[in-house]
Design a protein around this ligand. Structure first.
Ligand SMILES: C[S@@+](CC[C@H](N)C(=O)[O-])C[C@H]1O[C@@H](n2cnc3c(N)ncnc32)[C@H](O)[C@@H]1O
Length: 222
């Protein structure tokens, strides 16, 4: 097998493995605080909602009554298969109505001003081009629309940030493309969103390089 083909086969195996282990791997983190943070954030979603990089669908049952309709973007086939089966297992008439769209956040296949709320949880660390993804979210949101986010980020502590830089490559390899040293807050501040609130905290029960966490909301200028 040629080196390129071998690399692709290896990536596919890692992608399948990552999706298979995702929910179990995050169980302690969810139970020790992340699940509660998700629920608190997603209670704020309203109207037509788009979630990018929805993974296995961990957020699906956490949306509040104000979320009327849910579009879940997920480009990875292995994550998408798990999300599809989670959607199929929902009770008939479960709300909000939800559908999977296999697309990347950098090229959202919807017209401008389609959604009221956008959701990004643990995904702006992984998308290959976060600036393009944030610009796409701004494009598909109505003016005044809100982005709800929980993201692990680059540390404010220079010593820890240096470790994040050193370990970025092996971590990216093990964690299916996740960049542990990404400054997502700076990327959001440089975008057309206005940050309403940003809490700096910790991802519970997580390795030190992915522990620094931001959660909050940002509004698109009307
Ligand atoms: C760490 S998982 C997070 C899953 C979920 N959002 C959560 O909160 O648990 C990162 C997700 O981003 C997805 N992803 C990777 N590249 C992407 C892209 N270009 N656009 C959107 N999602 C992407 C991955 O397939 C994966 O499902």
């Amino acid at each position: 097998m040629a080196a390129g083909a071998m690399g692709k086969a290896y990536d596919a195996t890692m992608g399948r493995l990552f999706a298979a282990c995702y929910d179990r791997g995050l169980k302690a983190t969810e139970e020790n605080g992340l699940g509660a943070m998700r629920a608190e954030l997603l209670a704020e979603a309203h109207g037509r909602v788009i979630e990018i990089g929805a993974g296995t669908g961990v957020n699906l049952d956490l949306y509040g009554a104000a979320a009327e309709d849910l579009t879940l973007l997920e480009p990875d086939e292995h994550m998408g298969a798990r999300l599809r089966s989670r959607l199929a297992d929902r009770a008939p008439g479960a709300t909000p109505p939800a559908r999977l769209v296999a697309a990347p956040a950098e090229a959202i296949p919807f017209a401008d001003d389609t959604f009221d709320t956008a959701v990004a949880t643990l995904v702006l660390c992984t998308v290959p081009d976060p600036t393009a993804a944030i610009a796409e979210l701004a494009r598909v949101l109505e003016p005044g629309g809100r982005l709800l986010f929980i993201e692990h980020v680059r540390s404010d502590d220079p010593g820890r940030a240096r470790w994040q830089d050193r370990l970025e490559k092996p971590w990216r390899f093990l964690a299916d493309g996740c960049h542990c040293n990404r400054d997502t807050e700076a990327n959001l501040r440089a975008s057309s969103f206005q940050l309403d609130s940003v809490d700096h905290g910790k991802l519970p029960k997580a390795p030190a390089i992915v522990r620094p966490l931001i959660r909050g909301t940002a509004t698109l200028s009307a």
